[in-house]
Design a protein around this ligand. Structure first.
Ligand SMILES: C[S@@+](CC[C@H](N)C(=O)[O-])C[C@H]1O[C@@H](n2cnc3c(N)ncnc32)[C@H](O)[C@@H]1O
Length: 181
């Protein structure tokens, strides 16, 4: 694992027990906005990349059990597993997702991409893990990623952008589709 990833894991391990207290409300607002733009079917299999303490599952309130949460920080996942015992929490690097290709209907990646050394690699990995016609929902910090940069990255990863918008003052959000099998 590269130095940056060790450092990121160390940082999130250290803040895991306080994460929800500090970020619950902020992240819920993001999820609220995002899920007003997309529908989720009960039968869909969803992957939350960099899912941390499972705030997506808090938001979904057990609407669907088919959500897999993966993260590089074991301690963030442990917090999530304590809240959501029935769900799958997997310790994994977003650049090496341990799933079969074409597995997921939707992949969510909220407030993660600023932490990875090469976002393009992460996007390629997400692309492989999505089914054909599968949807990626990603947010990124506007201070690091412009609209143009996000568009370039998504096109390079072969996604078709469905919607790109300013989610909060600090975040840009994109919904895009995988076209090919
Ligand atoms: C700001 S938190 C967001 C957590 C969650 N998505 C949320 O909305 O609350 C960023 C998360 O990304 C994870 N992360 C950072 N780099 C990662 C990587 N290379 N692979 C998997 N997870 C990573 C961190 O451990 C942390 O849990």
């Amino acid at each position: 694992m590269k130095d940056k990833k060790y450092e990121v894991r160390r940082r999130y391990d250290a803040t895991a027990t306080h994460y929800d207290k500090r970020y619950f409300d902020i992240q819920m607002k993001k999820y609220n906005e995002i899920f007003s733009e997309i529908d989720v079917d009960n039968s869909e299999i969803i992957l939350d990349v960099g899912g941390g303490t499972g705030l997506l599952l808090d938001f979904m309130e057990n609407q669907t059990s088919n959500i897999f949460c993966c993260d590089i920080s074991f301690k963030m996942l442990k917090e999530g597993k304590n809240k959501h015992k029935a769900n799958h929490f997997i310790c994994a690097d977003s650049d090496h997702l341990p799933f079969k290709e074409n597995r997921f209907n939707k992949i969510i990646c909220v407030s993660v991409i600023q932490n990875v050394p090469d976002p393009q690699i992460t996007l390629q990995e997400i692309y492989s893990s999505l089914r054909c016609e599968g949807i990626i929902i990603l947010t990124a910090l506007t201070k690091l990623f412009s609209d143009t940069k996000i568009k370039e990255m998504m096109h390079k990863a072969r996604f078709s952008i469905l919607k790109l918008w300013q989610l909060t003052i600090e975040d840009i959000s994109v919904i895009a589709k995988k076209n090919e099998g």
